[in-house]
Design a protein around this ligand. Structure first.
Ligand SMILES: Nc1nc2c(ncn2[C@@H]2O[C@H](COP(=O)(O)OP(=O)(O)O)[C@@H](O)[C@H]2O)c(=O)[nH]1
Ligand SMILES: [Mg+2]
Length: 636
């Protein structure tokens, strides 16, 4: 046996009784039917599995039921296959599930396959030739056109070596699943193994997993530890994309896990109930109506979906359209995943397609360029998609959000973000977490900020600038703090704005007072200085000035900001010099009379009335010059 350098999943397809399961046994030595009922009735009901290592390949076979009643089980196995082994009995030729399984493989995007004409021992040469011709005709123009058609008999062993060689050639050409992407394993079985606990199995879609690692069970959102692993039927330390894998999980009952759930790398996938897709309707299907309900299959999940056609009321057979599908249950999927839709009655496959946006928003009438966006998701380069996402999210978008929606790995995403930022398509506004906005949106925010500051200066010539808080609040909730911070940073770097403590002002802006304002300001300061602790009311002081009240109030604000005056309570303002002398008085009192002072003694010491004494004492408390102790104060 040679060393394995490629793992591929081969799925059977074809009508019931055409010899799929028998052929898998002939190829691998394992009969894939597992269930008691399957053995008793001689038909495949659920998925069966078998393994083969040959020619440097590791094959994981997924054998599917051919009966029309069990197509839903077939679908759980068919998603994730790299090669299809299409089985057509030479004596019966193309039958309904030959067609349906073939359609499903095509819609799932299976690229390659091999056709086995089985039961060749039962027919003569003419019938074999007829079967071959019919098969070629059937496959014309499809992904299997030109694929090898191998005549076999599981009974006599005829053609088995040739079939294996054809599988090997197809496997060599098949695109390997990506082991560098995030770990993802849609679960097709969950059971308990005595002495081990819960085991789940599935086709490892992408990435890798190792014993001891933590994985997330979705949509449950439960973190679980991997206790053991098997791939290709053998115990391993690590399993990779492209392998049939069994995972022994710690900390959960097997009954809590069902087919349709997914094991994944922590935090990389998010369950969804709304997906935007490209939907194709099969030629033989009836027209599909807007808001029609269908069976929806993706990965190993089956649920119900309601189809919202984008911009039309009906989809004609053989046509495709952009659509949104709203799901009854949460699905775990990524961009590019293939899905299948089936009719309610009769339950037949009518179409399928690819997921474009797994985390879609509701369709709204205002959203006029949604189709363009979805087409971009479908065909665009990574940078084009990033730019389009940024343009649709005026709040900005984080790297982890992009990952959830695209499945891109962090390194390739970061490279694309950096490249796009350098070409000024987007603006990075935060590095931890990595978040960005479209350049257009960002420069709009910067422009808005600049305009707001300029308007503030015009409306408030006597104030040094607008506070950061007020500036930010003016932008509303449609600007995140990181975007505000980055825009402000840019404007100060560009020397358009300047920061002064809590204030943001235009660079170079200074308050310039008119001569009469300079005089008035002086008068205000003097009025308070002269009054000492027996301060006048603010109104009185302002009324005596020769300028109008609004301007006078601004001057008062300036004096307060310059700390010439101090606001002690809502309507009491003192000169700083008066407060300084009060501190002196208290210090002397402490030395001569002790550290405690009551309100009467305070009034006597300062010569002020109770109306002033209480606010002053409270001010001193706040300044930690005194501390309240019952009715008295302790001088600190
Ligand atoms: N004579 C003959 N019988 C076959 C061959 N392959 C399968 N069969 C028989 O056909 C029946 C159906 O086979 P099975 O593998 O269960 O078909 P499946 O439903 O496609 O999985 C069984 O009775 C098999 O023994 C073959 O190559 N020659
Ligand atoms: Mg079978």
């Amino acid at each position: 046996m040679s060393a394995v350098h490629k793992s591929v999943i081969v799925g059977t397809a074809g009508h019931i009784d055409h010899g799929k399961s028998t052929l898998i046994q002939a190829l691998t030595g394992t009969h894939p039917d597992r269930l008691e009922e399957e053995k008793r009735r001689g038909i495949t009901i659920d998925l069966g599995f078998a393994f083969l290592e040959a020619d440097g390949m590791s094959y994981g076979f997924v054998d599917v039921p051919g009966h029309e009643r069990f197509v839903k089980n077939m679908l759980a196995g068919a998603s994730g296959i790299d090669l299809v082994l299409l089985v057509i009995a030479a004596d019966e030729r193309i039958r309904p599930q030959t067609r349906e399984h073939f359609d499903i493989c095509r819609l799932l995007g299976v690229q390659r396959g091999v056709i086995a004409l089985t039961k060749c021992d039962l027919v003569d040469a003419d019938t074999r030739e007829l079967a071959r011709l019919e098969t070629e005709e059937f496959l014309k123009g499809s992904f299997l056109a030109g694929a090898p058609i191998v005549e076999v008999s599981a009974k006599t062993g005829q053609g088995l070596a040739e079939l294996q060689a054809a599988l090997r050639d197809a496997a060599r050409e098949a695109q390997a699943k990506d082991t560098a992407k995030y770990f993802r394993l849609p679960i097709d079985r969950s059971f308990a193994v005595k002495g081990f606990g819960s085991v789940v199995t599935g086709t490892l879609f992408s990435g890798q997993v190792g014993i001891g690692e933590e994985v997330e069970l979705l949509p449950a959102g439960k973190l679980l530890r991997v206790r053991g692993l098997q791939s290709g039927g053998k115990s391993v330390e690590r399993a990779e994309a492209g392998q049939r894998t069994a995972v022994n999980l710690a900390g959960i009952e097997h009954t809590a896990i069902q087919r349709g759930m997914v094991l994944s790398a922590r935090g990389r996938l998010r369950p969804t109930r709304r997906v935007d897709v490209r939907l194709e309707l099969l030629r033989g299907a009836p027209p599909l109506k807007h808001r029609q309900r269908v069976h929806f299959h993706v990965g190993t999940l089956e649920t119900i979906g309601e189809i919202y056609l984008l911009g039309s009321r009906e989809l004609a057979p053989g046509e495709n359209a952009l659509a949104q599908i709203r799901l009854r249950d949460e699905a775990v999927l990524v961009r590019g995943d293939r899905f299948i839709v089936r009719l309610f009655s009769p339950v037949v496959t009518i179409g399928g397609g690819a997921v474009l946006d797994p985390q879609s928003q509701r369709f709204t009438a205002k959203d006029t360029n949604r189709a363009t966006f979805l087409e971009m998701l479908e065909k665009g380069t990574r940078e084009e998609i990033l730019r389009a996402m940024a343009e649709r999210n005026i709040l900005g978008i984080t790297a982890s959000e992009v990952i959830v929606r695209t499945g891109w790995v962090e390194s390739e995403l970061q490279a694309a973000i950096k490249a796009l930022a350098e070409r000024q398509g987007i603006r990075i506004v935060s590095h931890e977490p990595l978040a960005f906005l479209s350049e257009q949106r960002f420069s709009d925010i910067a422009k808005q900020l600049l305009a707001r500051v300029e308007r503030f200066h015009k409306e408030n010539p006597l104030l040094p600038g607008i506070t950061r808080e007020e500036l930010k609040a003016g932008l509303g909730r449609r600007v995140r703090p990181e975007a505000f911070g980055a825009a402000l940073q840019l404007l100060t770097d560009q020397k358009k704005l300047a920061l002064q403590g809590e204030f943001v002002k235009k660079a170079g802006a200074e308050i310039t007072l008119a001569p009469e304002e300079v005089r008035a300001k002086e008068q205000i300061a003097q009025a308070f200085a002269k009054a000492g602790l027996a301060v006048p009311s603010v109104k009185e002081v302002l009324a005596q000035l020769k300028i109008e009240t609004a301007r006078a109030e601004k001057l008062l604000q300036i004096l307060l900001r310059e700390k010439v005056l101090v606001r002690v309570s809502a309507d009491l303002i003192f000169h700083q010099a008066a407060l300084d002398s009060l501190t002196g008085l208290l210090a002397r009192y402490k030395k001569t009379k002790g550290e405690r002072i009551g309100v009467p003694a305070f009034k006597e010491l300062t010569g002020v009335t109770r109306k002033y004494a209480i606010p002053l004492l409270e001010h001193l408390d706040r300044q930690r010059l005194t501390r309240r102790a019952g009715d008295e104060r302790v001088i600190l």
